[in-house]
Design a protein around this ligand. Sequence first.
Ligand SMILES: *Cc1c(COP(=O)(O)O)cnc(C)c1O
Length: 418
Amino acid sequence: MVKVPFVTKEELESVVAEFPTPFHLYDEKGIRETARAVNKAFAWNPGFKEFFAVKATPNPAILRILQEEGCGVDCATDTELVLSKKVGFDGQHISFTSNNTRPEEFVYAREIGATINLDAYEDIAFLEEAAGLPETVSLRYNPGGVFALGTDIMDHPEESKFGMTKAQLLQGYQDLRDKGVKEFGLHAFLASNTVTNAYYPTLAAQLFDLAVEIKETIGVSLSFINLSGGIGIDYKPENRQNDIAVIGEGVHEAFDRILVPNGLGDVTIYTELGRYMLASHGHLVTKVLHLKDTYRHYVGVDASAVNLLRPAMYDAYHHITNISNPDGPLETVDVVGSLCENNDKFAKNRELAQARLGDLLIIHDTGAHGFSMGYNYNGRLRSAEILWQENGKARMIRRAETMEDYFVTLDGFEFEVK
Ligand SMILES: *Cc1c(COP(=O)(O)O)cnc(C)c1O
């Protein structure tokens, strides 16, 4: 599929006239449409809820849009819990899927009534000691081995630090029941950025079988099963796009086949998608500052890996459109930022419409795990975040960092020699 920006050249130029590059731009309409499609795909399950993974795009305006569309949030740290609370989510609509957790984080999660999803068997005792046990507890499963779809190995749970073994899970539910816990959930995240409609249905069938086994062996009937995140998007134009309606139907089929005949037809399904909800609804907008020719042709832009780490960290592909010169002749270039690190490249040996000084480039699919993975190497600053609203107007939803922000933690530490 051809990647088409969600703004036209003229629209983007008007945004850039108001807000200097670089910035992350988010598409409100697209976010709402995806949230509605996810809710529709799982509407067959009465209590279904998507708990958006806050870490993907921790911006209050984005979280409010998702809240309006009926989503909850999933948090991994106390900071994310506080953010969600301040945005106006109540505990019922917050899940807390942490690992290696500090005691005060459990205390706060309990205080606000978030649903706690324990990563480790050992966390049961830790939570009890730190904050006491709530009425509802969810446990995170790690089946070990490899997670495969047919002959395709998707990921290696045995190498993952997350979750607990089946034996620990079974013991855990019994311990929790003995200690008075009333409602139980099951959670697993076995593969990331999957580009196949088979991931969720395959995972669901595995968890549904396990739910039946839990009921039969220890007599615990789960209240909810959380399929977590992991549905990917088509970062590369040649990738097939996932079809959330087909995915929802696949989970429905497994539900009817496995849970319903075993007396577990009232299990609620939850998801914790991050990437699928937001990634394709964000652009990193950047301007060409320098052109350089040595052994390669370099296009130097005003964004760098601090604004989007995925290419440097995972060698991830992000499509790039030269929206100022879309029909220019093709050139093979490296698109680079300004960090003193040679991995600061948004594209390597990429065919791109000729970039000229001042051209605006759109780096696609940066709406999730984009801004949020930002950092401050070389004293580079985090960019602004701008919402491209449904009414066709741009609104800033986070200002850019300033040098004062960067220096503030040095105040009072022999910083400024007078
Ligand atoms: C990161 C994460 C998610 C979201 O993952 P995506 O790949 O963005 O869908 C969901 N749940 C947990 C516990 C996570 O750590």
